[in-house]
Design a protein around this ligand. Structure first.
Ligand SMILES: [Zn+2]
Length: 106
């Protein structure tokens, strides 16, 4: 699975932010804002070809990187952290891309 460009990820995040605004969900809006800030500050993303985890290199904590699996993340946050949110977003984007490719092929 390829990682889309930062611009595409941010555009998708802004869509979700708009949904959260419409649903009056300021907590989610704040989390998405943080995620977008991190994307712009140079957070590095890659998929581990071994176990499929998303590996995120932090831009706030020098040298820190987190592994994000289906339900869990190695960062110190307890709840649904931004890394899990970002992983869901990337998977969602990959699925949408696959559907679009199917439509183009048929
Ligand atoms: Zn995390």
């Amino acid at each position: 699975m390829r990682i889309p460009s930062t611009t595409r990820i941010v555009n998708r995040a802004l869509d979700l932010r708009g949904d959260a605004l419409n649903q009056n969900d300021p907590a989610t809006v704040r989390k998405i804002d943080t995620m977008i800030r991190n994307l712009y500050c140079g957070m590095k993303l890659k998929w581990d070809s071994g176990d499929g985890a998303l590996v995120i290199t932090s831009c706030n904590t020098a040298g820190a990187s987190y592994r994000v699996g289906q339900q869990s993340c190695t960062c110190p946050a307890y709840s649904y952290c931004n890394h899990l949110r970002l992983r869901d977003l990337l998977i969602d984007m990959a699925e949408t891309d696959a559907e679009t490719a199917d439509m183009a092929a048929s």
